[in-house]
Design a protein. Structure first.
Length: 802
């Protein structure tokens, strides 16, 4: 709902109710929804008669005032309904409605704990696989049943249907190793002689050696299976002090391990830490720009500790939780009893639990580690917000509304709580670096890797030349193959990166690697297969698909890319004996998909990990000495004004996975454009140069951080409707904003789920009032929606669109 609705309550109810409590309300025909009390007042609505509320659901507010203020900001800034924020913010278990479907939790055994009505429903669920809330009403012959459902949920007796979610179960993997003293050959000989009479035990030891020669870590289960021995044989060997067990633990939610002391910071970290604290005295937001592997996490840890000690709440934001098992386990070691993890993929009950713990300022939720939606939690006393990898575009919610950027939303949240906000990245977003250079944010630079290991040596490999000289095997250059061989010989691990996106709409000449560019915008043109046209994503310039390359005259223009799967296949042929892992959307879909692969790679069961950009995100593998980028060009040519910035970030981040702990690592980047300025800047680690150059472009073409971007999208099944609607809208917007209106344009995928899509982009100059601009857009939208023909068109506004 775009606006709020007024319901009638009695005087007694008005004394009891508080803003932030939930009430069940009737809406439309026979439907009951969960609503939130937003304001208690005495103004009757003019256009309708206020209905009575159905019943009160809470004894105390589940949403606090600070949140409501924050939500209002989000709704105003991102131009969405308050209801959209409410839906996104509250765990779905709080949003029961008459259509909600409930299921029995088979693991629930304490049915005697349930109240009479709840028990009845639980019983009914033995016979019916599922019940709607309406059916529950019928069974109990009652209208007011939501508190009963609430009870069933709180006691974990039922689930409600929602998007499929993953439950992160703690998982321990047991490994086995020989006691250290047997590293000595003589000791080993004696041992094998001693064991000569117990055949099984001797076999186990011998097989252990075989397995240990392939991977450094040996799983108990693997040894057991391969040697075909029982656990008791292994236990005997343990009790004889020959073997020992150890665990690698990836427990996420409930922490039972031991807490360890914080690491001692090295001099550079210590200096940065002190600078952050100084910066906090002057600025509410600071940017920590520390190169990959500089040990930013340990600095965060020390800051977190200080704020926890002061009794303050701390929020640690990560771009994607699924990828950051590593950070979770690192923080758990220090803050186990204070740490809660919050993520939309967690089960409903886990989310409700974290919500309630934060609401009640419980110690175990004093530190929340979460993805973007954790900015909605009911914090009451935030002291510190850390936004790790602040440049990541997954902080921006693309669909549905609220289309918010969690980084920017966190900055506002910080202001509200008078908390300090620390943005961290090795490759800051242009926006944040700009804010820092404009002295809006404090700035701390950390340019040394931990352990004084040099940043990896980055080599650019010229594909054009390699193809010409026939030095390619599939997509592998002879140089890359050589480097892989060297790393394998040293028993070091390798990451190969291929950024294959869902489609590859940019056309590239196979001879010279040049892509046709838009004359008006700083982007590559996009190939539209259907009409055989090249189009600009931003300004609607188009031309026919040429027969030959503009640059070199070559006649093979290629729009096909190659993906991770193909790389994996080629690799298998080149190196038949190695273990290869693949990490992309296809292999990580299942439950715990990421963790499995990451764990296997950490345990060195995998020699080469092939993957997409998932690999770039904050992972810390000790034994990786080579990162290979199969083809950097598709990133450079992606049709987006942020393409170059993002390519730089992505390449520096993947490169940063190499050589993190022992010695300087190597990076090989294969490209047709070794002289491209972005690749040069990546290879010389010249962030500031990249920044200045990109900023120049942004200035010239009126993009952020100078101009703001508001994107308007129309969607409808009927193409003509969308077309006429967007033209109407373009005219109306141009009347108000003139040439700052770009488009209409069609996105690359111009029809999704049978909906035709058209876009307009409004560039808002720095001096133009954002508030007035939004008001004007709002007005135009209201007129648009009053046109009968257009009423059914979906109207989407995306502020600060990516
Ligand atoms: P970043 O996040 O800046 O890329 P990390 O925080 O992952 O870097 O640190 C890189 C590596 O250095 C990690 O393996 C980490 O455990 C180690 N490390 C960082 N600081 C310290 C320290 N003060 N003492 C011991 N090890 C450290
Ligand atoms: Zn253009």
């Amino acid at each position: 709902m775009r606006k709020t609705y007024t319901y009638a309550i009695t005087e007694a109810e008005s004394k009891y109710l508080k803003t932030g409590m939930r009430v069940a309300v009737p809406f439309g025909k026979n439907k009951i929804y969960t609503a939130l009390v937003f304001n208690i007042h005495k103004k009757s609505p003019v256009l309708y008669v206020a209905k009575d509320i159905h019943q009160i659901l809470d004894e105390a507010p589940v949403v606090n005032q600070q949140q409501i203020k924050h939500w209002e900001w989000i709704s105003n800034y991102y131009m969405c309904a308050l209801g959209d924020v409410y839906r996104a913010a509250l765990p779905s278990a709080f949003l029961l409605e008459s259509e909600t479907i409930i299921f029995k939790n088979d693991a629930f055994k304490n049915d005697l704990e349930l109240g009479d009505d709840a028990f009845l429903i639980f019983e009914a669920l033995q016979n019916h696989s599922q019940l709607t809330i309406n059916q529950v009403c019928d069974i109990l012959d009652k209208k007011k049943v939501l508190p009963i459902i609430d009870e069933l949920i709180q006691k974990n007796a039922v689930h409600i249907k929602e998007k499929i979610y993953e439950v992160y179960k703690p998982k321990l993997i047991r490994y086995i190793k020989l006691k250290d003293k047997f590293n000595n050959t003589d000791e080993l000989k004696t041992l094998l002689e001693k064991l000569s009479r117990s055949k099984k035990q001797r076999e186990a030891v011998l097989l252990y050696f075989q397995l240990a020669s392939n991977s450094k870590q040996v799983k108990v289960k693997e040894l057991q299976d391969k040697a075909n021995i029982s656990l008791s044989v292994l236990n005997t060997l343990i009790s004889k002090n020959i073997f020992e067990f150890y665990h690698l633990q990836q427990d996420r939610v409930s922490f039972k391990g031991e807490v360890s002391d914080l690491k001692v910071l090295n001099e550079h970290q210590e200096k940065a830490f002190l600078q952050v604290k100084q910066s906090f005295e002057k600025y509410s937001v600071s940017l920590l720009n520390g190169v990959t592997g500089s040990g930013k996490t340990e600095i965060y840890v020390k800051l977190i500790k200080e704020f926890l000690d002061k009794g303050k709440q701390v929020l640690f934001l990560l771009p994607e939780i699924a990828l950051t098992t590593q950070i979770i386990s690192r923080l758990e070691i220090y803050f186990g009893d204070y740490l809660s993890v919050f993520h939309s993929k967690y089960s409903m009950n886990e989310r409700v639990e974290v919500w309630n713990n934060v609401l009640n300022s419980k110690t175990k939720a004093q530190l929340v580690l979460g993805a973007r939606s954790s900015v909605f939690l009911p914090f009451s006393d935030l002291g510190l917000i850390i936004v790790d990898e602040e440049h990541e575009n997954s902080y921006k919610q693309f669909d549905p509304a609220p289309r918010y950027n969690a980084r920017d939303t966190a900055v506002v949240l910080g202001h509200q709580h008078q908390a300090k906000v620390l943005l961290g990245s090795a490759t800051p977003s242009l926006e944040s670096f700009y804010n820092a250079s404009e002295k809006k944010y404090g700035f701390i630079h950390l340019n040394k890797r931990f352990g004084n290991i040099q940043l990896p040596n980055i080599e650019l490999i010229d594909l054009k030349e390699k193809y010409k000289k026939k030095r390619m095997k599939g997509h592998f250059s002879d140089r890359l193959i050589q480097m892989i061989n060297e790393a394998l010989n040293e028993k070091e691990q390798i990451i190969l990166f291929q950024n294959r996106r869902g489609f590859s709409p940019v056309v590239e000449c196979t001879t010279c690697g040049v892509s046709p560019q838009c004359p008006n915008c700083d982007v590559s043109l996009t190939y539209h297969k259907y009409r055989k046209e090249l189009k600009c994503h931003y300004c609607s310039y188009y031309r026919a698909m040429p027969n030959a390359c503009d640059a070199c005259g070559g006649s093979t223009l290629d729009s096909k890319g190659f993906g991770t799967e193909q790389i994996e296949l080629e690799l298998k042929e080149l190196f038949p004996d190695i273990n290869i892992g693949r990490m992309d959307l296809d292999t990580t879909r299942g439950k715990n998909g990421y963790q499995k692969i990451i764990r296997a790679f950490e345990a060195q069961e995998i020699d080469v990990l092939v993957g997409t950009q998932m690999l770039s995100k904050g992972l810390d593998f000790k034994n990786v000495s080579l990162v290979g980028v199969m083809n950097a060009d598709s990133m450079l040519n992606f049709p987006d004004f942020r393409a170059h910035e993002r390519a730089y970030q992505l390449l520096v981040q993947v490169s940063g996975r190499s050589g993190r702990s022992k010695k300087r690592g190597a990076v090989a980047i294969q490209t047709y454009n070794p002289y491209h300025q972005i690749l040069q800047q990546v290879s010389t680690n010249s962030y500031v140069e990249m920044y200045k150059e990109q900023l120049q472009d942004r200035w010239q073409f009126n993009y952020p951080p100078y101009y703001r971007i508001i994107k308007i999208t129309l969607k409808h099944r009927d193409y003509l409707k969308v077309d006429s609607g967007i033209n109407w809208l373009a005219k109306a917007l141009r009347n108000s904003f003139g040439s700052n209106v770009m488009g209409p344009t069609e996105p690359v995928v111009s029809r999704v789920r049978n909906q035709y899509i058209k876009n307009l982009t409004l560039k808002v100059p720095p001096k133009q009032s954002l508030l007035k601009t939004k008001k004007q857009i709002q007005k135009i939208m209201e007129v648009f929606e009053a046109v009968k023909d257009y009423r059914s068109i979906r109207f989407i506004i995306d502020v600060d669109a990516y």
